[in-house]
Design a protein around this ligand. Structure first.
Ligand code: TXA
Ligand code: MG
Length: 320
């Protein structure tokens, strides 16, 4: 694999990366949520490499990243008006819309389902890469989070390297633009029915969705039927055992908001001062706990609505 650091992400590098995608190679790239592992969404062989590099089961659908709402009609059909409203309001940004699949969305992207997940990321490098790729005849970059299956998502290029260095090929690329600004994966909204349904909470919150479409929607339900959105218990977890709000033992890692004092004998891993910061540092904190060889990480989940809902969701999944 070949790593390009942020300061070197010149237009020339973006052109090279887009060409690599076109040639069937993989390109890991920064997004505002987490780092993605990209492949040409219309190239079955390239997409299959995502599954083998991640060690991910084939029937898990992939999100297709497009450059703007104008590209939606190639990938989705019969898109309800509320979904178009969400797309126009929140794209580019951290929201993935699941819509009935269109001509370009083949079984190897959708896992055989009749719908497809679409997102326009707002990170400038991600957007430049997608635009450049579309400019040379590509359309859509399939990208799951760039981690091995079941592990936490990477929020830096170093995380991607750590997870995937043994699986990527020399001709694959990693674009490095420092830490992800949001730190948890996009909000996923099922837009295939009359009413939108949140499958995975994220930085676009239920409150934001409701005020965009002027209606109340069902709150996020933790266990849903859809084969997706981290429905495996092994998802989003570090090697250390994650315990929520439990009493600590000596030597446990500890993560809580800054106003909560460190219990005696515990090892403070992070002290976020607000919810946004909590999301940003969450996965990096798990990874640092693992690097320190901790057996257990005790976490005090944040309270409240908004982004705290997404953090509690990931914490619950990490705690299995
Ligand atoms: O923020 C994000 O969404 C990041 C960045 C890279 O864009 N991507 C990401 O992808 O988190 P991934 O594959 O790690 O997580 C997407 C989740 C998976 O659990 C997948 O099964 C589900 O969304 N998913 C994708 N397409 C779907 C579909 N058509 N229907 C239901 N679930 C879907
Ligand atoms: Mg993932």
């Amino acid at each position: 694999m070949f790593v390009v650091i942020a300061s070197d992400c010149t237009p020339g590098v973006i052109i090279k990366a887009a060409q690599a995608l076109k040639d069937g190679h993989l390109v890991a790239f920064p997004t505002e949520t987490v780092y993605g592992l990209g492949a040409d969404a219309r190239n079955e062989k390239a997409v299959n490499r995502i599954y083998s590099v991640k060690g991910r089961p084939q029937n898990h659908p992939l999100i297709v990243h497009i450059s703007s709402v104008d590209q939606i009609s190639n990938w989705g059909v019969e898109i309800p008006e509320y979904a178009m409203k969400l797309a126009r309001s929140f794209w580019p940004g951290p929201i993935t819309l699941i819509v009935k699949r269109g001509e370009f969305a083949e079984d190897f992207i959708t896992g055989g389902q009749d719908n497809v997940g679409l997102r326009v990321p707002s990170h400038p490098i991600a957007l430049a890469l997608i635009e450049e790729f579309e400019g040379i005849g590509g359309s859509g970059i399939a990208a799951p989070s760039a981690n091995r299956f079941g592990a936490v998502s990477p929020t830096s290029a170093d995380d991607v390297k750590e997870d995937l260095r043994d699986y990527l090929a020399y001709s694959d690329l990693i674009l490095d633009d420092g830490p992800s600004s949001i730190g948890v994966e996009s909000t996923i909204v099922d837009c295939t029915k009359n009413e939108p349904m949140i499958l995975r909470p994220g930085a676009v919150t239920v409150e934001m969705i409701e005020s965009c479409i002027f209606r109340v929607i069902s709150p996020y339900v933790e266990k849903n039927e859809v084969r997706a959105a981290g429905s495996f218990t092994s998802h989003y977890s570090p090697s250390a055992k994650v315990l929520l709000g439990k009493l600590t033992q000596a030597g446990d890692g500890f993560l809580a908001m800054s106003h909560i004092p460190t219990p005696k004998g515990a090892i403070r891993l992070a002290s976020p001062t607000n919810i946004e910061q909590y999301a940003q540092i969450l996965y990096g904190t798990f990874r640092s706990g693992d690097r320190q060889g901790l057996q257990r990480i005790v976490v005090v989940p944040p309270e409240g609505a908004g982004l705290a809902v997404a953090i509690r969701d990931r914490l619950k999944k990490a705690a299995g």
